[in-house]
Every structure is written in C-alpha cells, then in structure tokens.
Design a protein around this ligand. Sequence first.
Ligand code: PAF
Length: 284
Amino acid sequence: VTTSELILLATIQQVKETLKPLHCAGKKIGFVPTMGYLHQGHLSLVEKARQECEIVVVSIFVNPTQFSPGEDLSRYPRNIESDLERLRELGVDYVFTPTNQEMYHHNHLTWINVEKLSDRLCGKSRVGHFQGVATVVLKLINVVRPDAMYMGEKDFQQLLVLEKMINDLDLDTRIVRCPTVREQDGLAMSSRNSYLSPAARQRALSLHNTLQMAQNTFTAGETEVESLLIKMKEHLSQSVDKIDYIEIVDNETLEPINNLNKHCRVLIAAFVDGTRLIDNIEIL
Ligand code: PAF
C-alpha cells in the first residue's frame, strides 16, 4: 500500500495555482475524470495513470448537465470518504471535488456539441447527455491541462465523442483507452450496478452473454448482421425489461454495418428493474 499525501482541491483556482509550477517543470500529468462511487473499473484507470505519469489528478463531480430530466441525478450513488481512501491507497496526488456552483456559474451559456457521434445510440434516448459530458470534460481539461486522460471503453460512445472533441479543437491532451473491467461472471463494472437487487443483477448478466453471442457467431464464420441482431434481441429480451438498443457498428464512425468484421463494435443499452445498463465489445 502506497501512503502518499493526497491533496484535496475544491476550486478551479486552487487546481490552476497548484498545477502551474508542475506544468512549468514539465511534469507529465495524468488525469482521470469520474463521477465518484469508485469501483475497480475506475481504479484500473488510476493505476494506469500512476504507472505512466509523474502526477496523477482525479476529479469527482456528479455532473448535473449530463443527466436528462427524470434520470437518476438525485439518487446517483456517492461515497466520497471511501473514494478518497481508495485513491490515497493508489498514490493519487490531487483530487478535485468541485461543487455545481464552482463548475457552472449561474448564467452558464456555453455548450460543446460534437455532431453526429452524439446523436446516435445513447444520444437518442439521453437527449443532451453528450453535450453535458463534452462541456464538463472540456472545462476539466482546461483546468487540469493533463498530458493524458484515462478513460474506460465501457462508455465507448463517450470515448469517441471526447476523442473527436480533442481532435477538432486541437486540445493538448490525448485519451488513453482502457479496457472494460468485469466482475468474475462477466458483468461490466458500473456505479449503477449498486441499484440492482441480487435477482436483477443476475438478469443483467444477459447483456454480456448477448454480446458473447456476436463474438461466437463471428468466430464460427457467420458475418450476416441482420439475422444475428434478431437472435440477440430474442435472447436479451428474455432477461431484461426493455431493450433501448442493440447495434453493430463501425468502430470509429458508429455507423451501422451489414456484415460483421474484425474490430466492429457491438453495443447494447437495456433496462433491468428501472436501471439503464450499457455494455459493448469489439469483435476480434
Ligand atoms: O464517465 C463518466 O464518469 C462521466 O461521464 C465523466 C467523463 C466523468 C464526465 O462527467
């Protein structure tokens, strides 16, 4: 266990002032943006940042602008004490924990919209979600000015939206993609898994099983997408309450494809007991 002195920063000015000399000294800064309630998926990002960077900054901020009306903003799980304990153990240097007022001044009017990529998949049912994500992440990048930002592939669409924003706006950072971390039985780790009862959690496993069907089909030499999608929907609908989407898409554009190919992505969003869960795999 590393025992480092973790420093908590609450304001944008504190972060800028604290990191300025480190930037000037040319230190490599790694950043992990989170909404807290940290699980092994988050911690794997922090571990990677710790291995690769001299300074590691984590933000914990439940960003209100990426929740649509009626979603789980007010009950989103939080446990700042346990989060800080775990980050301390991993040797994180700075944790930024701003308030809503600190991140959004009372008349905030500026929003980042990454066209096309934001409108598909999760963007269809969570209107405004990616605008909220892109806006807060751009603000965080501007405050922390990291050399590298560590993000998980579980939110694959988010990853592509943010990579596009970084590229289009010539930001001086890059995203390090990190693999989805799963429970032993295959369930993708997510803070929202804490909403699931044991029975619902069991049903949630079908997201991963359904994704495995796609991989097995490709491995068996089948490439036709349409019939596979029908089989996957049939299988998934036996366990979940509602399918938001199942799509097989190009790994970079997120456009639907007709034939399975190496490196295409299969993405699922579905509701189990009122909890919206997402998962995806790359076909290999
Ligand atoms: O993936 C998340 O936890 C959030 O969308 C992020 C990137 C921290 C922005 O609020």
